[in-house]
Ligand binder design. Structure first.
Ligand SMILES: *Cc1c(COP(=O)(O)O)cnc(C)c1O
Length: 366
């Protein structure tokens, strides 16, 4: 048996008729930028997150930039985030003209460690970007408390956290604003690039709408310097088709994760930790394997594809060496990148595939 890391083709096949109808609706409407289809998705996605507003933009990276600008981040400001994330988090911060300041992560949840946040704050810090990595929310109480004391904005990176929750509230509703990605492989994915900013603040939503559309308030009246970053109606139609399924897909992801975690009990491989009062959406199922290459090779021999998210912390990437902080250690992030492995986990896996991955992981773990 061969278990692929992803099987988006299966998701598309199951929804094919509905997707065709949705795409045809947009083609027939003749409205290809902004308009009702986008507004419909924005209202539905805001409802899903439990926020007052969602503003569709062109990607998750742009969502982060626009959310940061909308809460007041300006060129030269510092924005604190984690070293253990994918590079787009950093790109999103730098596109706003800000300087990313990297902090280390908690060794059990792999998300921003509030105990390490204080030492990274400076007089120039304007915002902190916790990344709800792999589908698990960061420790928001500690982060919000410190940010509140320092007068710093909190903008969540929710690219991996559609439907994740923290103390009964959903990701996207936990800070001043949040950035979502609908990159095709995310828990809610478009048929291309797309993203959204969520917020409860009407002023932030208004700024995000301006920023994505050349700062235009009325036609040909530009009240702020913006850009072109809109979620187009074809993608909105695809997303509206998939959104009603996300909760069920996430439920299936949690079911699969529970099978893997049970199979790995007592082995040398450490399954993900589910922190208390958080609902994990298992965008990725990431384990720690002391002998990673041996584990991956043994899985591959049993037909199970794996991946590594991410093999290098940001400051070890060739392009981002200058972000290595002077005088603050990032040892947890560095150790993680050497031992983490992602197993195939998505809502389209069959029960047979799940059983095969679980058994193969236990046998390969040693
Ligand atoms: C996917 C992702 C992004 C970027 O989203 P794009 O839509 O690809 O620009 C940002 N942050 C994290 C944590 C992601 O996983």
């Amino acid at each position: 048996m061969h278990v692929r890391f992803l099987a988006l083709d299966r998701q598309t096949a199951r929804l094919r008729d509905e997707l065709d109808t949705a795409v045809a609706r947009v083609l027939e409407s003749g409205r290809f930028v902004l308009g009702e289809e986008l507004e419909g998705f924005e209202a539905e996605f805001a409802k899903f997150c439990g926020t007052r507003f969602a503003v569709g933009v062109a990607s998750g990276t742009d969502a982060l930039t626009i959310a940061l600008q909308a809460v007041g981040v300006e060129p030269g400001d510092e924005v604190v985030t984690v070293a253990n994330t994918c590079v787009p988090t950093i790109v999103g911060i730098e596109q706003a003209g800000a300087r990313p300041v990297l902090v280390d992560v908690d060794p059990s949840t792999y998300t921003l460690d509030p105990d390490r946040l204080e030492e990274a704050l400076s007089a120039r810090t304007k915002a902190v970007v916790p990344v709800h990595l792999y589908g698990q929310c960061a420790d928001m109480d500690g982060i919000l408390r410190l940010a509140g004391e320092a007068g710093v904005q909190v903008v969540e990176d929710c690219a991996q956290a559609h439907g994740s929750a923290y103390r009964g509230r959903l990701a996207g509703a936990l800070g001043r604003a949040a950035a979502f990605s609908f990159y095709p492989t995310k828990n809610l994915g478009a048929a291309g690039d797309a993203g959204a900013v969520t917020t409860d603040d009407p002023g932030v939503a208004e700024q995000a709408r301006l920023l994505r559309n050349y700062g235009e308030r009325e036609r040909f009246h530009h009240v702020r310097r913006g850009r072109n970053s809109r979620l187009d109606p074809l993608q909105a139609a695809v997303l509206r088709t998939k959104l009603p399924h996300v909760e069920r897909w996430n439920e299936r992801r949690r079911e699969v994760a529970a099978v893997y975690t049970a199979a790995l009990a007592g082995t040398a491989v450490r399954p993900p930790t589910e922190a208390t009062e958080r609902v994990h959406s298992y965008h990725l199922y990431v384990v720690r394997a002391p002998e990673r290459e041996r584990f991956r090779t043994a899985l591959l021999e049993r037909g199970v594809d794996t991946d590594v998210h991410y093999p290098l912390p940001v400051h070890r990437q060739p392009a981002y060496g200058d972000l290595a902080p002077a005088g603050r250690s990032l040892t947890v992030s560095e150790e993680l990148s050497g031992s983490i492995v992602s197993l195939p986990l998505h809502a389209e896996l069959t029960d047979e595939e799940v059983a095969h991955v679980a058994q193969s992981a236990a046998l390969s773990a040693g």
